[in-house]
Design a protein around this ligand. Structure first.
Ligand code: GDP
Length: 300
């Protein structure tokens, strides 16, 4: 994963210098924390997250746990690792299923974030686990969006519910509701609702997404965010949190060469877990998100 290349290199360098020392003085700790702070900011991690993170590392690194350690530098690396896992959400959070099927999963996010592609990826993953997902096309804003979901559904070998072509603009809330009813009738155990995305956050889009949420009572609302959007990640995530109150995050385009700040900020800023990471355009390029594995990758 190239996303964290620079951040990873800089932290490795910081720790290499630290390992050359034996016992650590408070000045050593401060110097290290300053370097970590700069590396995180340069990686586009949001300022409040950086502050909280470095304060926690500093406090623990100046405390007894490091003073008493046989290898203080290694102990600091361990603390950074723990705190990284913390800002990435702590424990792995799995997708939640309804007690009574169908489980309804709604996707939301900006246009181009990778929602439609992820819908196909999710369908394919779930099918491998023996589920029978139905994709529901509720992006009726863009003329080509329904068609695009149809292509993705075909590639994933998944069923799709879409309004008939030529039926005018259509009402996405009705399509969502009818889609869930259709899934129940046809005994699909999971419904994946693709919603409209716009280039920027806008009130009408949020209202529509929120209406779909209310009408279908999803078990999960997944906010798909492009890891490449850098500093915009925090504001976009907050806007979607206010607008649709998502239950989990999908980080997409983690294969890109962006600096990774979105990934490191979004769980912490919204308090919502990252559930999946998307790492390419192919339908198999997706994996459940593990905070501990991601932290290890960054610190490797
Ligand atoms: P939507 O507008 O949110 O539905 O976004 P799309 O699913 O249409 O994706 C927008 C573009 O990003 C398409 O060209 C996808 O092939 C591409 N894309 C989606 N997910 C990923 C990913 O994880 N990595 C990369 N490199 N490209 C992706």
């Amino acid at each position: 994963m190239a996303t964290f290349g620079t951040l990873s290199d800089r932290l490795t360098e910081t720790f290499r210098n630290l390992r050359k020392k034996g016992q650590l003085t408070p000045a050593d700790v401060d110097g290290t924390v300053r370097e970590i702070r700069r590396a995180l900011l340069d990686a586009d991690v949001a300022l409040p997250v950086v502050k909280e993170f470095t304060a926690a590392v500093r406090e623990r690194a100046l405390g007894d746990e490091v003073n008493r350690a046989l290898n203080p530098a290694q102990q600091v690396v361990q603390i950074v690792n723990d705190e990284l896992i913390g800002i990435l959400g702590g424990q792995q959070r799995r997708l939640q299923f309804a007690k009574n099927p169908p489980t309804v999963i709604m996707l939301a996010g900006l246009q181009g974030s990778g929602k439609t592609t992820f819908a196909g990826k999710l369908a394919k993953m779930l099918e491998k686990d023996g589920h029978t997902p139905l994709l529901v096309a509720c992006d009726l804003q863009r003329p080509n969006a329904v068609n695009q979901l149809q292509v993705v559904a075909e590639r994933a070998g998944a069923a799709i519910y879409a309004p008939e072509p030529g039926n005018g603009v259509g009402d996405p809330v009705k399509v969502a509701r009818d889609g869930v009813a259709h899934a129940t009738r046809q005994q699909h155990d999971i419904v994946i609702i693709d919603t409209a995305g716009r280039l920027g956050v806008d009130a009408e889009l949020m209202k529509q997404a929120s209406d779909i949420r209310r009408a279908t009572q999803p078990d999960e609302v997944l906010f798909v965010i492009d890891a490449m959007i850098g500093q915009d990640a925090v504001n976009t995530a907050k806007a979607f949190q206010d607008g649709v109150d998502f239950t989990g995050v999908v980080l997409s385009k983690l294969d890109g060469d962006a600096r990774g700040g979105a990934a490191l900020s979004v769980a912490s800023v919204t308090g919502r877990p990252i559930i999946f990471a998307s790492t390419g355009e192919g339908l198999d390029d997706v994996e459940p998100f593990h905070p501990d594995r991601m932290a290890s990758r960054i610190l490797d």
